[in-house]
Write a protein of this length. Structure first.
Lengths: 411, 320
């Protein structure tokens, strides 16, 4: 990394506070939110910034998550930079509006402190909430630690608002493991972040009056947004969203690289973050904070001479298919870790996607699934080590006995 | 509030239509007339947001639109939340010098489903937060867009496709939810009712709703000939009859003070002018079953409830 990296101060922040701090620095016009554990600290901290006059942001404490996202969507279409945060049941209540937000091409940024879904009710961490929304048309970035949470939120505004993308983006942080754990976080100066995110720009479109005008609700250039589209047009709207997702693969990398130049921090290529993968024979694929635990185990195994590696997926939507293929084509056995379930499916969501991506390889690795950590259950280094041992056994036997496995489950 | 806006019929006729022709509303659709009248009352830059419903689907079929103002639809239950976001964005963008408008009026429009039922949470929240916007309810008394299903705004005895008049049940069993009074209970600065027959009164009330600072709520009566099984040529007459029978009295509540509007005040002053509810019900197919021996008792009940609500209103207005 070049030495243009800007001097930063180190703060002790938990993941939620890191989100709030990043939002404070990102010149956000409207924040609308509703409290839910483990996201609450985000809105509490942000409320303090508002109360102390530290931000120029309209803060709307809505009466529900549905209205929180609606208000962000409407404000975004009016031209504001917007942010909200939620988790679990709150995200589920937003479900309808998630699709409307991406369909309206509103670049809302949302932090999700990942939490289990009811029933039984459980406030602790797993990724069932965001995985259930993977087809909602939102970009999904999963952070490994509080530092990455901070960096990702800042990057998310740039990614979402990029004219080739114009899609809403979620930054996901594991509930409690990240949301409530205090870590050292290096933060950039306010003016540097403000300059990095810039002032929101709008693509120019042709209005019904035949004028070229910025795409927003503006009395001078009336536009109808959120219209009714019949079978003769609806499909094309959806195809455009897919194209925007494809563009996001490029933009996420570009924004990541540009940010790296000022911060000195990289997360793989912004999409995939490999660890000791180049010569690995066995590998784990996972997202979120668990990658930290896996890295510890990889270090141990490497010290023992085992060619173990890790592929952390930072970006799950859009899915970096080519990157996954390239990263894993030489690996002989892969364990995909899912912190959610797809009931009645063949394994979890990440397993579906990774195994699917590898299908076109001439020489396919064995790919097995490990479901873990639901409802906040701890996953220990010992359990991770067992997964690597299973992969070694698969290689020795040259066959898979149990494609779907559960980590640390009473059975 | 500013000095009352004075206008002539000619002024209104000459004002360009901001809800334009070419939409696909049914013949005799009163809500479409209501939209046109609302848009005649604008005073400057305005953004309109609308809940899912008849007026949304007939007016914005891609790639066409009837709206000559910026217009947004996002979902069914959240017109007031849309308005919250728009209003907050405008204020902050203005503060940061990113838009040039001194002020932008925000109007949220929803039908009875999007107000009484699925929309009431967002509406209650938005007015509690004090956003400066006008919410207009066009009440055609059922989910007409989906095919005449009952809502919280459907009146007692009306036959709808989910409260059909059958052998043992005489249509809807419950009276209308008193939505405008519920909005008054939120202690917002302006609540009023209006009917398109009294178009001048309606336009004036829209304007007042825009002029007050803070949330305003306007409940507009809007006959639907398809759903009410009424003559499409008589929608505006029905709008008058509803007022003359006191089924839908016209009033305003400004800062908590109720006041009858002229058409209803006339009846309050000369009670002999109050027409029997039967006259209103008899011309609508949705009440046809009430005119059979089996269910005719319900006519008395409807009259009783109408009178009771009218008396309550008179009391609130300091009359009687």
């Amino acid at each position: 990394m070049k030495s243009v990296v800007i001097e930063q101060k180190t703060l002790a922040l938990n993941g939620d506070e890191a989100v709030a701090y990043a939002v404070k620095q990102s010149d956000v016009d409207v924040v609308a939110a509703y409290p839910i554990t483990p996201q609450t600290i985000i809105v509490e901290r942000f409320s303090e910034y508002v109360a102390n006059g530290e931000v120029e942001t309209a803060f709307i404490c809505t009466e529900s998550e549905h209205s929180a996202l609606t208000a962000c969507l409407a404000a975004s279409l009016t031209g504001a930079r917007t942010f909200t945060a939620s988790a679990s049941a709150g995200l589920a209540l937003m479900h309808e509006m998630l699709f409307v937000t991406s369909g309206c091409r509103a670049p809302v940024v949302m932090a999700i402190a990942n939490r289990a879904l009811s029933a039984p009710i459980n406030i602790h961490g797993d990724q069932s909430d965001t995985m259930a929304q993977r087809d909602s048309g939102w970009i999904q970035i999963y952070a490994e630690n509080a530092q990455e949470v901070y960096d990702s939120v800042i990057q998310a505004f740039r990614i979402a608002e990029h004219p080739d993308v114009l899609l809403p983006a979620m930054v996901c942080l594991d509930g409690f493991q990240l949301s409530h754990s205090v870590e050292n976080v290096n933060v950039l100066p306010d003016d540097v972040v403000k300059k990095f995110v810039g002032v929101r720009q709008f693509p120019t479109v042709l209005t019904h009056e035949g004028k070229m005008a910025p795409l927003k609700l503006d009395p001078e250039n009336p536009m109808t947004m959120g219209p009714l589209a019949f079978p003769n047009y609806y499909f094309e709207f959806k195809r455009q969203q897919e194209e925007a997702m494809k563009n996001a693969l490029r933009v996420i990398r570009e924004v990541h690289d540009e940010y790296a130049k000022i911060s000195g921090r990289t997360y793989g290529d912004g999409l995939l973050d490999p660890y000791f993968l180049e010569d690995a024979e066995i590998a784990i694929v996972c997202l979120g904070s668990t990658a930290g635990t896996v890295k510890t185990v990889v270090d141990e195994l490497r010290a023992e001479g085992v060619k173990a590696g890790l592929l952390r997926m930072r970006t799950f939507r859009p899915l970096p298919v080519e990157g996954i293929k390239k990263a894993l084509e030489h690996v002989k056995a892969v364990a995909v870790m899912d912190r959610s379930m797809s009931f009645g499916g063949f394994g979890g969501a990440v397993f579906h996607e990774v195994r699917h991506a590898l299908y076109d390889l001439d020489k396919k690795p064995f790919v097995v699934n490990y479901i873990y950590g639901l409802g906040g259950r701890d996953t220990s280094p010992m359990q991770i080590r067992t997964i690597y041992e299973d992969l070694q056994e698969i290689l020795a036997k040259k066959r898979v006995e149990n494609p779907i496995n559960y980590v640390g489950l009473r059975e | 509030m500013q000095n009352e806006w004075k206008f002539t019929a000619k002024d209104i006729a000459e004002k360009p239509d901001l809800f334009m022709s070419g939409h696909r509303a049914c013949a005799g659709c009163a809500p479409a007339t209501v939209m046109r009248l609302i848009m005649k009352a604008l005073r400057g830059p305005t953004i309109v947001t609308q809940a899912t419903g008849c007026m949304e689907v007939v007016s914005t079929i891609y790639p066409y639109t009837s709206w000559a103002v910026p217009w947004l639809h996002t979902a069914f239950e959240n017109a007031a939340a849309n308005a919250s976001g728009i209003e907050a964005a405008i204020k902050m963008l203005k503060k940061k010098g990113r838009i040039k408008y001194e002020h932008v009026d925000v109007i949220a429009i929803a039908g009875d489903g999007g107000t009484y039922d699925i929309g009431i949470q967002a509406l209650s929240g938005a007015v509690e937060r004090g956003h400066d916007f006008l919410f207009v309810l066009y009440d055609n008394e059922a989910y007409m867009n989906t095919g005449i299903q009952r809502s919280g705004g459907t009146p007692l005895g009306a036959s709808t496709t989910t409260s059909p008049a059958g052998e043992v049940i005489p249509g809807k069993l419950e009276p209308k939810k008193p939505i405008a009074d519920i909005m008054v209970a939120h202690e917002i600065p302006y609540v009023a009712t209006a009917s398109p027959y009294y178009w001048r009164d309606l336009i004036t009330k829209v304007r007042k709703g825009l002029e007050v600072e803070g949330p305003a709520f306007l409940h507009v009566f809007a006959p639907c000939p398809r759903g009410w099984r009424s003559d499409p040529a008589k929608s505006i007459e029905l709008s008058r009859l509803a007022v003359e029978t006191c089924v839908f009295p016209l009033w305003e509540c400004v800062n908590g003070e109720y006041q009858l509007s002229v058409p209803s005040k006339v009846i309050a002053m000369a009670p002999q002018k109050k027409k029997p509810v039967k006259e209103y019900l008899a011309v609508q197919g949705r009440f046809r079953h009430l005119f059979t021996p089996k269910y005719e008792k319900l006519l008395d009940e409807i009259q009783r409830i109408t009178d009771q609500r009218w008396q309550k209103l008179l009391k609130k207005c300091g009359i009687a």
